[in-house]
Design a protein around this ligand. Structure first.
Ligand SMILES: CC(C)(COP(=O)(O)OP(=O)(O)OC[C@H]1O[C@@H](n2cnc3c(N)ncnc32)[C@H](O)[C@@H]1OP(=O)(O)O)[C@@H](O)C(=O)NCCC(=O)NCCS
Length: 171
């Protein structure tokens, strides 16, 4: 009989915050069954100029495969405004569940309003609560806005060879 303990994600309590435009944005847990279609809509209208390392994918089928994979293997929070999903931040644990890989996307119509930083703040708190050792991510070296935001939260560049591999130690 396998002695492996089934690992589970904790619940995330929704929060409301006022973005820099004064809109009340809800940050809450992503629920795949109810939210899948709306997340696909967000990514189908995501500007190709805003893609990072080929993500989000550009076709509907590839978007579906990608978010189904993330939902199967990770934990996500979303930013919601007026019934629309406008931001998505997901962590996927490594095989040993010691660290997580992070991805974050805010729709281009809502960027630079503090929403990305709100998502990051909450996912970092959540990853700490879950007891993970650290958060890894990869970004493009000329993605200045993303690198600026990650550095604000203490992420360090650990491998600047091609893309930027960045890491935030939590323990
Ligand atoms: C990167 C991203 C998640 C940030 O989310 P956001 O909601 O736009 O970010 P925020 O509004 O919280 O913060 C933006 C910050 O970047 C700064 N910024 C904006 N443009 C910048 C630029 N060209 N260079 C440096 N900093 C920049 C803003 O001044 C702000 O910083 P401040 O709070 O210190 O003033 C979002 O822009 C995004 O989804 N981009 C496209 C996809 C992507 O690159 N995702 C990362 C995957 S690797």
């Amino acid at each position: 009989m396998s002695s492996e303990v089934k690992r589970q994600f904790l619940e995330f309590e929704p929060v409301i915050f006022k973005d820099r435009k004064g809109d009340e944005v809800t940050i809450r847990q992503y629920h795949h069954e109810e939210d899948r279609e709306r997340l696909i809509s967000m990514y189908e209208s995501f500007s190709p100029d805003n893609r990072c390392l080929g993500l989000p994918p550009s076709t509907r089928i590839a978007i579906e495969n990608w978010i189904d994979y993330l939902a199967e293997n990770g934990f996500a929070i979303v930013a919601e405004l007026g019934g629309k999903l406008i931001g998505h931040c997901v962590i996927v644990p490594t095989a040993d569940w010691k660290k997580v890989d992070l991805s974050i996307f805010v729709h281009q119509d809502y960027q630079d309003r503090g929403i990305g930083q709100a998502l990051l703040r909450h996912i970092i708190d959540y990853a700490k609560r879950m007891g993970f050792d650290g958060i890894m991510l990869v970004t493009e070296r000329d993605n200045h806005r993303a690198v600026h935001v990650y550095k604000k939260f203490g992420f360090r560049i650990v491998n600047p060879e091609h893309e930027f591999d960045m890491y935030l130690q939590l323990k």
